[in-house]
Write a protein that binds this ligand. Structure first.
Ligand code: PZK
Length: 286
């Protein structure tokens, strides 16, 4: 980084810097988390895969919703972004029944206030995608809230604009990914408001870290689906008998290599580009 940059914060696997009054730098590391714990072993190029995918989606969804992307840096892992006033809620869109949605459905027949048809199985596709907002709780764990509460927190008009953008973005991404053999079961969007008051997509978008990606090949409702990207890591962690409290285990080389291959495969399937070309010239995704 040649400019004077100020470190603003760290996510589990990303860093955020201020470039100037209007611009931020989002840098994706090669760290990987599983069962909510960041592991000590990096996955080479994971940050470049996620950044390249985000930039790819930002470039292709400009006509659906404006986004914060200003520039993709030559290192392939850093995005220069417009500074926004972020909404205090995350917008989760779910097209399939998984995770906490499946749990809630089995208990109540509802997911975050959405009444669903009876008789759905785990991992079933929903008749229509649903929006289930969440707040970033103090503990770091997200807390699901109803759309009514999200609208009160954000303002009704802002929430409606954010929800509409999120649904349109999910529908576009889900359809594109399905044609390339990847199910986007659900995804989280973070939106903000720009200087003109427009609702703008921020953060990362439609990446394996912000979404549940499943392989379409072998998809079978009625059971949990394997993660497209992290299944080798999860399986290996389960085999070791690790109790899922920090520190996490060091990953063996074959798990690192297999996992890197899955991230690269997701990139190549979704972008239609060889990852090697992205490494030579990141702007090929734009
Ligand atoms: C913003 N985060 C999350 C925290 C990370 C990411 N365009 C924006 N304008 C203002 N604020 C943010 C963004 C974006 N994106 C994002 N927090 C603030 C976050 C820590 C590390 F990489």
């Amino acid at each position: 980084m040649s400019e004077a940059t100020v470190h603003l914060g760290s996510g589990k696997v990303r860093e955020l810097y201020a470039l100037d009054a209007e611009r931020l730098l989002l840098v994706a590391s090669d760290r990987i988390s599983t069962f909510d714990v960041v592991l000590p072993t990096p996955i080479p190029d994971k940050g470049r895969v996620l950044t390249g995918l985000s930039a790819f989606w930002f470039a292709r969804t400009r006509g659906i919703a404006p986004n914060h992307l200003l520039a993709l840096r030559d290192d392939g892992r850093s995005l220069e972004c417009r500074r926004l006033e972020m909404l205090p809620v995350e917008i989760v869109v779910r097209g399939y029944l998984a995770g906490s949605g499946w749990k809630d459905y089995t208990a109540t027949g509802q997911v975050c206030g959405h009444t669903l048809p009876a008789g759905l199985r785990e991992a079933d596709r929903l008749p229509e995608p649903i929006v289930t907002p969440a707040t970033k709780a103090e503990t770091g764990h997200d807390l699901n809230i109803g759309e009514d509460e999200a609208a009160r927190i954000c303002g009704h008009e802002r929430y409606a604009a954010a929800r509409d953008a999120a649904l349109d973005l999910y529908r576009f991404g889900e359809e594109h990914a399905a044609r390339r053999g990847i199910i986007v079961a659900d995804t989280k969007f973070e939106l903000g408001v720009d200087q003109e008051g427009a609702v703008v997509l921020g953060d990362e978008a439609l990446t394996p870290d912000s979404s549940r990606f499943w392989p379409l090949d072998g998809y079978e409702p009625g059971r949990g689906q394997p993660s497209f990207d992290k299944q080798f890591v999860r399986d290996w962690c389960e085999e070791t008998g690790w109790d899922k409290t920090p520190p996490g285990p060091e990953l063996p080389q074959e798990v690192v290599d297999g996992t890197r291959g899955r991230y690269v495969e997701a990139f190549e399937r979704l972008t239609g580009l060889p990852f090697a070309r992205y490494l030579e010239d990141p702007s090929t995704v734009l």
